[in-house]
Design a protein around this ligand. Structure first.
Ligand code: GCU
Length: 691
C-alpha cells in the first residue's frame, strides 16, 4: 500500500460522525477515475475512521433521487465529479479557475465538494482529501489546486527479456518487472493495480512501461494485447501508458532494408504500428526515445538531425493527441579521448547536438533532459540545454532509482537535491528563469512540458527494495504537481502516512532524511567532483580510480598535484560558456563558483583554498569523516523507534541502515586513502596518511 495505508490513528473514530456518510460520484462509468474516486473515498473513510459511507453513482447530482429520498439534511455528504456533471451554477457554488487535472476542494461539516475540470482531476482531489484525513486533518477548507506542469510521468526501465535478463529492470534494485516476464507481458498483473493507485495518488498522469534501451518485440501481437490489458488497468487511475521505442525497429524487427527517418517506407512502418496501437489503446500517451546514445541507433546513423528523428514519431502520434518525448541524453562515447584532448568533454554533447534545432521540432515533441549534463550524479549543475530551448517544451528527467545515489541500499532522500535544481535560476535573457518555470512552460507563457522520473519499482514487497526510498517517489509526484512544497513538509507527510503520526517517528525520519543527501555527498563525491563510484561496474561502491581513463567521459582528471575538470571557456572545455551570460560568468571563475561545484568547473591544486578556508584535500578528508559519522547516527536514531513502527518495516530498515553505516566507512577510507596516495598530502587532523 506504500503511503496509502489509511491507518486508523488514535482518536480517529471520534471524527466519524462529522465526516461524509454518503458519497455521490457523478457520471462515472466503471473505467472512469471518478468511479475510482468513489471507491477510494469509501475505502479510506472505512479504514481510517471505521465509517461505512455508501457510494451512489449518479448521472448528475440529484438528492431527490438518492436512495435516502433527499433526507440528507442532517448528515454530512460528499460530491465528487467533473464540473460538467455537477453544474456549479445550479448549486450556487463558485468554483475558482481550474485547468486540466486541477481540482477544487470545498470541505465543510455538512458537505464536501471535490470538483474538477476533468475526471482525472476529480480523482486527484479525492486523494488529496484522503491525504489530509489520513494525516489527522479533518478541518474545513476551501481551495483549488492546479498542477504546475502538464507532463508528470514516470519511466520504468523494465526489460522484456534481453540478453537473458527475463523481466529484469535496468538499474532495478527492487525485484523484477511487474509488467514483463520471459519476453511477454505477464498474465498476472495484480500488482499493477496497486502501483497505478500509488502513482495516481501523487498526481502521475503518464507511464512509459519499458526500458529506454528498448526491445521492439513489444510490437508482437501477443504483447500489444498484453499492453492493452495494462492500459485497461491504468485507465481508471487517470494514467496513460506509453512505450520506449527502438529507433532501428523498422529494420531490425520489421525487416525493411533501412531505418532512415526520412525514408517513405520507414515513415509508413511507424504510422502503421502507431495506428495499430491506438486502435487497441485509444488513450495511449506516446513514445519515449533514446536515440543516437550509448550505442543505440538513431537519426545520426543516417546523418539526419535529432529533429528528423523526433518528428518521425511525433507525426504518427499527432492525429491521436500523443506526445513524443525525445531524450537529450545524446552523446557518442567513442569520440571521447581523455589523454589526448584537454577539451574533450561529454558534458558539452547535448547542447552541441541540439544547437540550431529549437525551431525544427513538431509541436507535440517534448525534449526530456536529465537534470545535469552528465548522468544522475550526487551533484551536478543544471543542464544548460534547458536554456537553449525556447520554442520546444522541455521535461526534466529525475531519477527515483538511486543509480549513483546508493541504489536504495543507502538512504538518500532526494527532494532537497531536486528542490535546489528546480529553484536554480538560469537567468535566460537576464530574466528570472528558474528551472521549474522553464519545464512547466511558465517562463515561455505556455503550459507544456514538465517532469519525468526514472522509477525502478518492481515486484519486491517494498516496491523499490527499501522502505525509506519510497519517500522519493512520493516527493517526486508532489513536486511535479507543485514544486513549492518544502522537503520537510513532504517527508513529514509521507512519514505520517507510511509509518505513524507519532511525533518521535516523524522527527526521526525527518532528521535522517534531511541529513541523508548531504551525508552521502560528503562520503561519495565532494565539491562537484561527481559520484566516485565504480564507473565500469555497477555504479555503486567506491572506485575513484575508475573515474579517469574510462571510455564514458566521466572524468575527474586527478593527478599527483591537482584535480577537477577545467570546463572554463578561457582554458578548458568551454562548457561553462553554454549557460546564459550571467551564469556562464559565475562558473567561469574559481572565485565565483560555489565550492560545491568547484571541481565540476575547475582544475585546481589539492592545496587550493576554498571559500570555507579549507584546502581541497583537507575538505575531502573532513567531509568523508563527517559524512560517515552522520551515517552511523542513523542507526542509533532508528533504534529508538522500536515498537513505534510496524515490526517488519522496523527490522528491514534497521538492517539497511546498519549496512549503510558500514559501507559509509568503506567509502570514507577508500576515497581518503586514494587521494592521500595520489597527493601525498596528509590529513592535518591525523586521520589519513602515514602516521
Ligand atoms: C545511465 C545508466 C544506463 C542508462 C542510461 C540512460 O548511463 O547507467 O543504465 O541506460 O543512463 O539514461 O539511458
Amino acid at each position: 500500500d506504500a503511503w496509502l495505508r489509511y491507518a486508523p490513528y488514535p482518536g480517529a473514530e471520534k471524527h466519524a460522525a462529522a465526516l461524509p456518510h454518503k458519497i455521490y460520484a457523478l457520471n462515472a462509468t466503471k473505467s472512469s477515475p471518478v468511479y475510482t474516486a468513489g471507491t477510494e473515498l469509501a475505502l479510506g473513510l472505512k479504514s481510517i475512521f471505521g465509517l461505512a459511507a455508501a457510494v451512489e453513482y449518479q448521472q448528475t447530482l440529484d438528492y431527490s433521487s438518492s436512495s435516502e429520498g433527499g433526507c440528507l439534511g442532517r448528515k454530512s455528504h460528499l460530491v465528487v465529479g467533473t464540473l460538467d456533471a455537477f453544474d456549479a451554477a445550479e448549486h450556487k457554488v463558485k468554483v475558482p479557475e481550474l485547468i486540466e487535472d486541477g481540482y477544487f476542494l470545498d470541505i465543510t461539516p455538512k458537505r464536501t465538494l471535490i470538483l474538477a475540470k476533468n475526471e482525472r482531476g476529480a480523482l486527484y482531489g479525492a486523494f488529496e482529501y484522503l491525504n489530509r484525513l489520513a494525516q489527522g486533518n479533518v478541518k474545513s477548507a476551501s481551495f483549488a489546486s492546479n498542477p504546475d506542469a502538464a507532463v508528470r510521468w514516470v519511466n520504468q526501465w523494465d526489460n522484456m527479456a534481453s540478453g537473458g535478463t527475463h523481466g529484469s529492470i535496468e538499474r532495478g534494485y527492487g525485484g523484477v518487472s511487474m509488467f514483463f516476464w520471459n519476453g511477454v507481458v505477464r498474465e498476472d498483473l495484480d500488482r499493477v493495480h496497486q502501483y497505478a493507485r500509488i502513482l495516481a495518488s501523487v498526481g502521475i498522469n503518464g507511464i512509459i512501461l519499458n526500458n529506454v534501451n528498448a526491445n521492439a518485440t513489444l510490437f508482437d501481437d501477443i504483447n500489444l494485447r498484453g499492453l492493452q490489458r495494462i492500459g485497461d488497468i491504468f485507465r481508471p487511475y487517470g494514467i496513460r501508458i506509453g512505450l520506449s521505442v527502438r529507433f532501428d525497429a523498422p529494420q531490425s524487427y520489421g525487416g525493411l532494408s533501412t531505418f532512415d527517418p526520412i525514408d517513405a517506407s520507414v515513415i509508413k512502418w511507424w504510422h502503421d504500428i502507431t495506428d495499430k496501437i491506438y486502435h487497441m489503446i485509444p488513450d495511449f500517451v506516446g513514445y519515449l526515445s533514446k536515440a543516437s546514445s550509448e550505442g543505440q541507433p538513431g537519426p545520426l546513423t543516417y546523418n539526419r538531425t535529432l529533429a528528423d528523428g523526433a518528428n518521425l514519431f511525433a507525426r504518427t502520434l499527432k492525429p491521436y493527441g500523443g506526445t513524443m518525448m525525445f531524450r537529450a541524453f545524446v552523446y557518442d562515447h567513442r569520440s571521447l579521448n581523455q589523454t589526448l584532448d584537454w577539451k574533450a568533454d561529454r558534458a558539452n554533447a547535448a547542447v552541441n547536438f541540439f544547437e540550431g534545432l529549437d525551431s525544427k521540432f513538431d509541436d507535440n515533441v517534448v525534449i526530456q533532459i536529465k537534470y545535469g549534463p552528465i548522468d544522475f550524479q550526487v551533484r551536478e549543475p543544471v543542464s544548460p540545454l534547458f536554456a537553449h530551448l525556447r520554442e520546444t517544451p522541455a521535461a526534466v528527467e529525475l531519477q527515483v532509482s538511486q543509480e549513483y545515489l546508493g541504489q536504495q541500499m543507502h538512504v538518500v532522500y532526494m527532494a532537497p537535491m531536486w528542490k535546489e535544481l528546480l529553484d536554480f535560476d538560469l537567468r535566460i535573457d537576464s530574466k528570472p528563469s528558474q528551472l521549474r518555470d522553464v519545464v512547466s512552460g511558465k517562463r515561455w507563457g505556455r503550459h507544456q512540458g514538465g517532469y519525468a522520473a526514472v522509477v525502478n519499482a518492481g515486484l519486491n514487497s517494498t516496491w523499490l527494495g527499501s522502505h525509506l526510498s519510497l519517500s522519493n517517489l512520493y516527493a517526486y509526484g508532489k513536486l511535479a504537481w507543485d514544486p513549492s512544497h518544502t522537503s520537510e513538509d513532504l517527508i513529514d507527510a509521507w512519514t505520517r502516512l507510511t509509518f505513524s503520526h507519532d511525533r518521535a517517528v516523524v522527527d526521526t525520519v525527518r532528521t535522517i532524511s534531511m541529513q541523508s543527501w548531504p551525508a552521502y555527498e560528503d562520503y561519495s563525491g565532494n565539491l562537484g567532483v561527481q559520484t566516485l563510484a565504480d564507473i565500469l561496474n555497477g555504479h555503486y561502491g567506491p572506485n575513484p580510480g575508475s573515474q579517469d581513463g574510462n571510455p564514458w567521459g566521466q572524468w575527474t582528471r586527478a593527478d599527483g598535484d591537482s584535480i577537477g575538470m577545467d570546463r572554463t571557456v578561457s582554458n578548458g572545455t568551454g562548457f561553462a560558456g553554454q549557460y546564459p551570460p550571467e551564469v556562464a560568468a559565475m562558473y567561469e571563475k574559481v572565485e565565483t563558483t560555489p565550492d560545491n561545484l568547484l571541481l565540476w568547473f575547475h582544475h585546481v591544486p589539492y592545496t587550493q583554498r576554498l571559500k570555507s578556508g579549507l584546502t581541497v584535500i583537507q575538505h575531502f578528508y573532513d567531509a568523508h569523516y563527517r559524512g560517515a559519522a552522520v551515517a552511523q547516527t542513523f542507526v542509533t536514531a532508528w533504534e529508538k523507534l522500536k515498537g513505534k513502527v510496524d515490526a517488519t518495516q522496523y527490522d528491514e530498515t534497521l538492517s539497511r541502515l546498519v549496512y549503510q553505516a558500514g559501507h559509509s566507512l568503506v567509502w570514507r577510507d577508500s576515497v581518503s586513502n586514494f587521494y592521500f596516495n595520489k597527493s601525498s598530502i596528509a590529513d592535518t587532523r591525523g586521520r589519513v596518511g602515514n602516521y
